[in-house]
Design a protein around this ligand. Structure first.
Ligand code: NAD
Length: 435
């Protein structure tokens, strides 16, 4: 099928590359002309496992192309997919300005019987609103607007797209839904479950899914706090509850509070939808406040560990909001590092991928060459991201590099007993601190 993707960002590019891999003819469009020029030259804007190979392969056979010429990219296509950003608005709502602008800009070029589909995460009712925007411009044109939310995770985006848990197709018209089913036929034939629904339900599914996942994280963090005061172990508790299939083992790890480009903004947007439609979502409202508190509380706990040390230095490992991505949007580091600096603590950081993205946002931090360099002369080592390379750090070398052997591990990467043997004070989450 001939597919045009509007918005060559994280989701748009991954989707475009993967759809071309499935055999479709894909053009990715972006208003950022520089981004398009770089993509044409094979320079990709972010790091994601496996994506480069797919892009290079499909660009070579011209199944994947990039354009900043909207008219020719939109005319005569079977599907126009909108994957522009929907950032947090001033009241927590999803800001739909990019979606509206995109619809207005491509509407003049839509060919008859094109299916427009919204991949962006959007408020309930947006597909209908986009329909009206296009209809206003094109009057009698026969076209459809559908919803096809995306569930990929950064760090495993390609495999998530190509082997998804489910595909959700929201269409208020049977023919339009059939077109999207044809688009995903190669995946559906491999047994991927399909959820066919109306556009409003599809829009809500995305928010409800992210809100529920964020709730699991928030709940686990609260249980971890309980484990700490009962000298328990969150790993055992998580296993004990997670083996109940109604709960499931995924997402039951404590951490410094969820971040990233989706959970913070999607939980806020979900709560806003509830308020706007007079169907309040108090669980999610509480979760948002609690997650914010979590990050502040971690900073307070770190400060307590180094209280009284004048000119204290903290080594921070991890700026990305999670491992295997260079994305730092709403990462724990962006909240915790400034809180430490506000208390006059010097911060030296290391992240294997995300330092380039984080450095401009944390201008007062210095950046290390590697984790041991970050630890050199520090009074405490704070681990914020669960990078695999941090798990395999040599505790003896860390102990040697640090001025005081204190590790505050927000990802539970080490065994407390072993860390005690190396002479560390080792604080982790949801487990007894040693000593
Ligand atoms: P992004 O910021 O990485 O990319 C958006 C792109 O759209 C940018 O390159 C921007 O220049 C472009 N754009 C904006 N307006 C445009 C226009 N009028 N015409 C053409 N291009 C335009 O955003 P993202 O992370 O890819 O997210 C896109 C959407 O997908 C959001 O709604 C997000 O919530 C949702 N989503 C994101 C993820 C994720 O993990 N990042 C996962 C699932 C869903």
């Amino acid at each position: 099928m001939r597919v045009t993707i509007i918005g060559a960002g994280y989701v748009g590019l991954t989707t475009g590359a993967c759809l071309s891999e499935l055999g479709h003819d894909v053009i990715c469009v972006d208003i950022d002309k520089e981004r398009i020029a770089r993509l044409k030259a094979g320079v990709f804007p972010f790091r994601e496992a496996g994506l480069d190979e797919i892009m290079i392969r499909n660009m070579a056979c011209r199944r994947l192309r990039f354009s900043d010429h909207l008219a020719s990219a939109v005319r005569g296509r079977d599907i126009v997919m909108v994957a522009v950003g929907t950032p947090k608005g001033v009241r927590g709502e999803a800001d739909l300005a990019f979606v509206r602008q995109a619809a207005q800009s491509f509407a003049p070029f839509l060919s008859p019987r094109t299916v427009v589909t919204l991949k962006s995460t959007v408020a309930v009712g947006t597909a209908r609103e986009v329909r009206e925007i296009i209809a206003e411009e094109r009057g009698a044109l026969d076209f459809w607007v559908t919803s096809n939310p995306e569930f990929l995770r950064e760090g495993s985006a390609v495999s998530d797209f190509l082997t998804p848990d489910r595909i959700v197709i929201g269409a208020d018209d049977r023919d339009a839904g059939e077109r999207l089913i044809k688009l995903y036929r190669p995946l559906l034939d491999r047994g991927v479950p399909l959820v066919e629904t109306g556009t409003a339900d599809a829009e809500l599914i995305k928010y409800a899914a992210n809100a529920f996942l964020a709730l699991k994280i928030g709940f686990t963090n609260d249980v971890a706090d309980l484990c700490e005061v009962t000298e328990g172990d969150i790993n055992s508790v998580a296993k004990g509850i997670g083996l109940d299939p109604r709960i499931g083992t995924a997402f039951l790890k404590p951490g410094p509070g969820y971040g990233g480009s989706c959970f913070p903004k999607d939980t806020e947007a979900f709560a806003w939808i509830g308020r706007a439609l007079n169907a309040p979502q108090p669980l999610i409202e509480a979760l948002i406040a609690r997650n914010d508190y979590r990050k502040r509380h971690i900073a307070e706990r770190v400060l307590k560990e180094i209280a009284g040390i004048s000119g204290a230095q903290v080594a921070v490992l991890g700026a990305a909001f999670k491992a295997n991505t260079d994305d730092v949007r709403e990462s724990a580091a962006l909240q915790i590092v400034p809180a430490l600096q506000k208390a006059n603590v010097g911060v030296k950081m290391f992240d294997p991928w995300a330092s380039g993205n984080a450095a401009p946002l944390l201008p007062s931090a210095t950046w290390a060459e590697d984790p041991y360099d970050a630890a050199q002369g520090a009074d405490l080592l704070l681990i914020l991201t669960e990078w695999e390379m941090f798990r395999s750090l040599d505790p003896a070398r860390l102990a040697e590099a640090l001025r005081r052997p204190v590790v505050f591990d927000c990802r539970n990467l080490f065994d407390p007993e072993q860390m005690a043997l190396y002479g560390f004070r080792y604080v982790s989450l949801g487990r007894a601190n040693v000593p």
